[in-house]
Design a protein around this ligand. Structure first.
Ligand SMILES: NC(=O)c1ccc[n+]([C@@H]2O[C@H](COP(=O)([O-])OP(=O)(O)OC[C@H]3O[C@@H](n4cnc5c(N)ncnc54)[C@H](OP(=O)(O)O)[C@@H]3O)[C@@H](O)[C@H]2O)c1
Length: 320
């Protein structure tokens, strides 16, 4: 660490949002293969609040051994300000965004963050930094499921469960890009106009609609919520792609001839992110921001996340 400082939000103890404190800390310096980014906006994601709570929802043996004080946050959008040794693909002044070092530790809730050069992509020209910071983790999760893990196996009719959330709203659009003919978005009632506006063919309010009425014989259930509620809606020979660990009743799925894909974790990838950015810049994928908070109010952003029912992403404005 050098002597320069910056503002950042640090988690001082695992627990409630109030443990996130805005303060002055040392500014990081880029190491070999890394760049220093002046962060303009930082996205807020479920792993951030899992970390804040000390990963209490993880099995003990899977809990990362992190010790506060910690700067959380893996989604950033900003401007390259310095290059570490060996970096040739970026120059100071480049506008970039990225999912930094995931799975692993990153420190995006700050005025400056270092990132491996390969985890960044040019910021979409059609987005400001606030919207761009909403993209990386959720967008890459959906993108990698659709174009890598399920490549060529999307089918014609797709249910996206949790369709209004961070991952869900990208997934609902990307399955269409990948060729789905009918996209059914499942979410709570207030998201109807939002999801129809994103191009889903049918909106289903899970708070009012019994599971058996959602749809029959779909090719794919892309599930960001978890559980086996929509298992019978998948056709024999169809598949479930779980974005989260959940009980998908594997024996029952096997009886019904439904394949349950392995749950896959999103990975940092500047090249995948560039592919997604191209879809955004050509207008084929839109980005939804649920709410924006100043960096110093990261605790309020986490409190918003705790209330759930997100429509798109929560973003921290680092310049405000
Ligand atoms: N595999 C990976 O690498 C990966 C990557 C990112 C995230 N994830 C996981 O994926 C999950 C979703 O992440 P996210 O960022 O999209 O979260 P999010 O933005 O909080 O979205 C969750 C959405 O689910 C909806 N929902 C809640 N209960 C529902 C139900 N019973 N039926 C249908 N929709 C329901 C919520 O709104 P409404 O209830 O109002 O509809 C909300 O829009 C999280 O568990 C996260 O940990 C996994």
């Amino acid at each position: 660490m050098g002597t320069a400082t910056m503002h950042a939000v640090r988690l001082h103890a695992f627990g409630e949002p109030e443990e996130l404190l805005y303060e002055e800390v040392a500014r990081p310096e880029p190491g070999p293969g890394e760049v220093l980014v002046r962060v303009h906006a930082a996205g807020v994601n479920p792993p951030d609040w899992y970390a804040r709570r000390g990963f209490e929802n993880f099995p003990v043996e899977l809990r990362p051994n992190w010790t506060p004080p910690l700067i959380l946050g893996s989604d950033i959008s900003g401007v390259v300000t310095a290059l570490g040794p060996g970096v040739t693909e970026w120059r100071p002044g480049d506008e970039v965004f990225g999912l930094v070092n995931f799975p692993g530790r990153a420190s995006g809730y700050a005025e400056y963050a270092v990132s491996p050069a390969a985890h960044l992509a040019p910021k979409p020209a059609t987005l400001g930094h606030t919207e761009a910071a909403a993209v990386p983790m959720a967008g890459l999760t959906a993108y990698q499921f659709v174009f890598t893990h399920l490549r060529g196996r999307i089918g014609s009719t797709v249910i996206v469960n949790g369709a209004a959330g961070g991952v869900g709203h990208f997934a609902a659009q990307l399955v269409r890009v990948a060729g789905a003919q009918q996209v059914i978005g499942v979410a709570s009632g207030r998201h109807e106009d939002f999801l129809l506006g994103l191009g889903v063919d049918r909106f289903v309010d899970y708070t009012r609609t019994p599971a058996e009425s959602v749809a029959r014989d779909v090719d794919l259930l892309l599930d960001t919520v978890g559980g086996h509620r929509l298992l019978p809606n998948v056709r024999r020979g169809g598949r479930i792609a779980p974005v989260i660990l959940g009980d998908y009743h594997p024996e029952r799925a096997a009886e019904l001839g439904i394949a349950v894909e392995t749950m896959r974790q999103v990975r940092s990838s500047g090249s995948d992110l560039a592919g997604l950015a191209a879809l955004i810049d050509t207008g084929r994928v839109r980005v939804a921001v649920d709410s924006v908070f100043p960096l110093r109010d990261a605790a309020a952003a986490h409190a918003r996340a705790e209330r759930g029912h997100l429509q798109g992403k929560i973003v921290l404005d680092v310049m405000g």
